[in-house]
Ligand binder design. Structure first.
Ligand SMILES: C[S@@+](CC[C@H](N)C(=O)[O-])C[C@H]1O[C@@H](n2cnc3c(N)ncnc32)[C@H](O)[C@@H]1O
Length: 333
């Protein structure tokens, strides 16, 4: 767990406070050895990847952010009342990124109902920028950012007894986890929230596959750049020799699995070196870089229940593209 204190490198180099490069290398080697080849989507997010993700959120095709924001704009008051029903709360956000939606929520909670905000993200530099902005925008709020991999640990500073913990997980990031992993992750969020704690979850809903397809295949090619950023990052940080022009962005919706799959497809037979090992790509062979599961409300509720959480309330936009679900952990025995 790495608290950010504003002392690390601001030169644009990789922050020494970010999760170890050795983990990235080990995971990348394991992913490239596997069949089919895979890389975890968490490695998209260095500073450049985080900025590209923010650019995706502005795209006309990417309805996800716009829709989730519209739900919060309409319902932040109602959601805040639920979160702070028993007294003030503290909000912990795994994968906070730029905290765009969180601002609406924190504003709706206000100083009387929110004592702490703990954003956690793997992209330390970007996270620190978010924390600086938030402190300026909401001077009453104590912001304690942590650079950490939330799938391994969820830092929880402060006194649990002082305020109810709300784990806020927007952005449909839960969709990046296969169902069994998503259940385990929500179970960890339940433990982090503690008895009677809350988990507020954003889920992208199943819809017309053409709309889903467009969202991950934007006309300006920003998603393609985001996808290829993981190869660029590997070249810079791990010394690989990926030819970025020799891989194509390929994303599609697989209805049988209810998920978008994002791949980088090799345009020819080629070899790439990493850590003294040579990895061969056949012509047309792909690396799967992301899966994004789409839910319906009943399946999302079941997922929460199997992680020991009870659904308290849910909010959707009028077109039913996206849902925000509020779950509660069991009360103390
Ligand atoms: C899809 S973006 C969502 C950002 C933001 N929560 C939102 O709703 O706009 C995912 C965020 O989670 C972060 N992230 C992804 N995997 C992570 C991990 N394992 N540990 C910590 N942060 C992670 C990324 O750096 C990125 O900021």
């Amino acid at each position: 767990m790495t608290p950010l204190d504003g002392t690390h490198d601001r030169t644009g180099a990789r922050s020494p406070l970010e999760p170890a490069a050795a983990d990235f290398r080990d995971d990348a080697m394991a992913g490239l050895r596997s069949t089919p080849k895979r890389l975890s989507p968490k490695y998209f997010y260095d500073t450049e990847g985080s900025q590209l993700f923010d650019a995706i959120c502005e795209l006309p095709e990417y309805y996800v952010t716009r829709t989730e924001l519209s739900i919060l704009e309409a319902e932040a008051g109602a959601i805040a009342s639920r979160l702070a029903a028993g007294g003030p709360c503290r909000v912990v956000e795994p994968g906070a990124g730029s905290g765009t939606k969180t601002r609406l929520l924190l504003r709706a909670l206000g100083p009387e109902r929110c004592v702490d905000y703990v954003p956690v993200d793997i992209a330390g530099e970007h996270l620190e920028r978010t924390a600086v902005e938030l402190r300026a925008e909401l001077p009453w709020l104590r912001v304690t950012p942590f650079a950490a991999d939330f799938s391994l640990e969820l830092p929880l500073p402060g006194d649990r007894a002082r305020a109810r913990t709300v784990v806020y997980f927007p952005g449909s990031t839960i969709g990046n986890f296969d169902p069994a992993d998503a259940e385990r992750l929500l179970g960890r969020f339940r433990e982090a929230a503690g008895p009677d704690g809350l988990v507020l979850l954003g889920v992208d809903l199943k819809k017309d596959p053409a709309e889903l397809h467009a969202a991950y295949n934007d006309a300006r090619g920003v998603t393609a750049r985001f996808n290829k950023n993981v190869l660029r990052r590997m070249n810079v940080e791990l010394g690989t020799d990926f030819d970025l022009d020799a891989f194509h962005h390929y994303a599609f919706y697989a209805p049988a699995h209810g998920r978008i799959e994002m791949h980088l497809v090799s345009v020819r037979r080629q070899e790439v070196r990493l850590g003294g090992e040579v990895f061969t790509f056949e012509d047309g062979e792909s690396i799967c870089t992301e899966r994004s599961y789409k839910y319906d409300l009943a399946t999302a509720e079941r997922l929460g229940r199997s992680a020991g959480l009870a659904l308290v309330d849910s909010w959707r936009d009028a077109e039913r593209r996206f849902a925000v679900l509020l779950f509660r952990a069991p009360a103390p025995a």
